[in-house]
Design a protein around this ligand. Structure first.
Ligand code: ADP
Length: 156
C-alpha cells in the first residue's frame, strides 16, 4: 500500500526549513501532499494561491509531491482524502509544545491519523516564514532562507 503523508502549514512563504522536512519525509513516505491551509480570517503576505505556486516551483517535476490548498480542519481534510499520516517539523521546545498539543487534540478527534514530527537539521533551526516576512517588510533580501531559484518578488 502506498504511504502518503499530509504536510500541512501556512507556508507564508515556504522556506528552506520546510523543504528540509519534505526531503526527510520522502525517505519514509511514498507521497507527500504539501497542504496550504486556507484561513480566510488571516491575511497573509502571499495569497494561498501564490503560496501554492511557489511550492510547485520548488518541486516541479517531482511526481511524489502534490501541492493542495484546503480549508477547514486538517483532520477533516485527511479523512476526506484517506490520508493517515500528518508530517510536521520541530525546531525547538516551543515547536515541540505546540506540535504536541496539536497531536493530542487531533488524536482525540481523529484516532486513525498518526502525526510524525521530524527534527530539522541544525542549519535550518533559525529559519522561519515569519523571519522571511520581516526581512521582506524591511526591504531586505530573504533569498538565503528560501529554496534555491525562488525569487520571492514573483509571488508577492
Ligand atoms: P503553521 O502555521 O501550521 O505552524 P508553518 O508554515 O509555520 O505552519 O509551518 C509548518 C510546519 O513546518 C510546522 O510543523 C513547523 O513547525 C514546521 N517548520 C517551520 N519552519 C521550520 C524549520 N525551519 N525547520 C523545521 N520545521 C519547520
Amino acid at each position: 500500500m502506498e504511504r502518503t503523508a499530509l504536510f500541512p502549514g501556512s507556508f507564508d512563504p515556504f522556506t528552506l526549513g520546510h523543504k528540509a522536512v519534505v526531503d526527510m519525509g520522502l525517505t519514509m513516505f511514498d507521497r507527500i501532499v504539501v497542504g496550504v491551509g486556507v484561513n480566510a480570517a488571516k491575511q497573509g503576505l502571499l495569497t494561498p494561491e501564490r503560496r501554492g505556486e511557489l511550492i510547485e516551483a520548488v518541486f516541479g517535476g517531482e511526481s511524489r509531491i502534490e501541492v493542495a490548498l484546503y480549508g477547514g480542519l486538517t483532520g477533516d481534510y485527511c479523512r476526506s482524502r484517506g490520508i493517515r499520516h500528518i508530517l510536521r517539523g520541530l525546531r525547538n521546545s516551543t515547536d515541540f509544545e505546540y506540535e504536541h498539543d496539536m497531536e493530542m487534540a487531533n488524536d482525540q478527534i481523529y484516532p486513525e491519523i498518526t502525526t510524525v514530527a521530524l527534527f530539522t537539521p541544525a542549519d535550518y533551526i533559525p529559519v522561519s516564514s515569519r523571519l522571511v516576512r520581516e526581512i521582506i517588510t524591511m526591504g531586505g533580501d530573504p533569498a538565503k532562507f528560501l529554496p534555491s531559484g525562488i525569487d520571492i518578488k514573483e509571488y508577492l
